[in-house]
Design a protein around this ligand. Structure first.
Ligand code: COI
Length: 357
């Protein structure tokens, strides 16, 4: 529980909602009227402020600019047909937010500030959420080191912000499916590294290999393990699931793989539908063999921003493999089951929804 009196709240004078294209918002193009800013100084979190969204000034010597001490979360709010707003499994994002903070040597953020800010922001900016299928409010909490000191050591001052963006599809190719390249040279993460948390640098470091893949006609990369490049790990900004025969296979989470909220939700829904689910290391070779034998039926990426995106084919060592068109694919069935819960159209039997009151 949070106390609204703990927050300083300044409302915007004139909403900017009319400047946004809510019908066709894209992803991360528009931001709602309000944001959270909360600073950590003198060993404690200061008063959390809800204020009009806008630029912030930082000293050029702030650690974030030099050492990338930055972590973030991605979560979504949905509006149901009656206009009620729901968050999807926000406690998972909160726990991971602090897990990321710990790994990046940053102070953990208080639960009551996190949930208090979400409640206040959702209430102030609920008009920005469209209740139609596929539309949601993408919520981006992030934390950065802001001490102005260029010594390579953890900051003593931090800032947590929460900004919100009305969104639709993350990938423009969502309806046609993505072509992905199995990466056998670059790595997203390594054992002992920060791949399991949402450090900003994990994403920044993926841009270059992804740009190279784009030049070859692929929209994303399937990352393999850094030590041998023999095992499938993640796909682009998502976890990745393979359907071989009628079994869904995905890698277990570890120090290199993000414990995705959508990943675990989709796996749960798959089990609930009676699909076979196998969480185990999956070799590139196994996928290639399954493709040869006609057993590789689907591959899809799962993540908060993208939800569930099917892949139409993949590249590996200069060869391209087109995936077959299967009857009644699992991917869309699972996406629908997930969205039915998110939009409060189906029974929330796993208690995933968090009601904004
Ligand atoms: C998400 O799916 O929410 C992510 O954090 C990926 C991000 C790079 C858009």
């Amino acid at each position: 529980m949070y106390n609204k009196d703990d927050f300083s709240i300044t409302k915007i004078e004139q909403s900017k909602i009319n400047e946004a294209n809510l019908e066709n918002p894209g992803f991360g193009k528009f931001y709602t009227d309000h944001m959270l800013i909360c600073d950590y100084r003198d060993g404690k979190w200061q008063t959390p402020e809800i204020k009009p969204y806008g630029p912030m000034q930082l000293d050029p010597a702030s650690k974030i600019f030099h050492y990338g001490q930055s972590i973030f979360e991605g979560m979504k709010a949905f509006k149901d047909e009656k206009g009620k707003v729901w968050l999807f499994r926000p406690e998972q994002n909160f726990q991971r937010f602090n897990k990321s903070c710990v790994r990046m040597c940053m102070p953990e953020f208080p639960e009551e500030y996190f949930f208090g800010a979400l409640d206040i922001l959702m209430n102030l900016d609920k008009d920005w959420i469209t209740s139609k299928d596929g539309y949601s409010l993408y919520i981006r909490p992030f934390a950065i080191g802001i001490e102005n000191q260029v010594a390579a050591a953890p900051a003593t001052e931090y800032r947590v912000c929460i900004i919100c963006s009305p969104v639709k599809a993350y990938y423009t190719e969502e309806s046609t499916g993505l072509k992905v390249l199995i990466q056998d040279r670059f790595s997203r993460s390594a054992e002992g590294g920060v791949g399991f948390v949402k450090a900003g640098g994990n994403y920044g470091a993926s841009f270059y290999p992804t740009e190279l893949a784009r030049k070859e006609g692929y929209q994303q990369i399937i990352w393999t393990d850094s030590a041998t490049h023999q095992y499938m790990e993640e796909a682009g900004t998502m976890n990745v699931i393979f359907r071989i025969g009628d079994t869904l296979i995905t890698a277990p989470t570890n120090e290199r793989i993000l414990d995705g909220v959508t990943r675990k939700s989709i796996l749960k829904l798959a089990e609930d539908k009676g699909f076979d689910v196998d969480v185990r290391p999956i070799k590139v070779e196994e996928v290639l063999n399954a493709e040869k034998q006609g057993e590789l039926k689907e591959i899809f990426g799962v993540g908060t921003a993208a939800t569930l995106v099917p892949f139409v084919g993949f590249g590996y060592k200069g060869e391209y493999f087109e995936l077959p068109k299967v009857e009644n694919p699992y991917g869309p069935q699972l996406k629908k089951a997930l969205q039915d819960i998110q939009y409060n159209r189906a029974e929330d039997k796993f208690n995933w929804l968090y009601e904004i009151k």
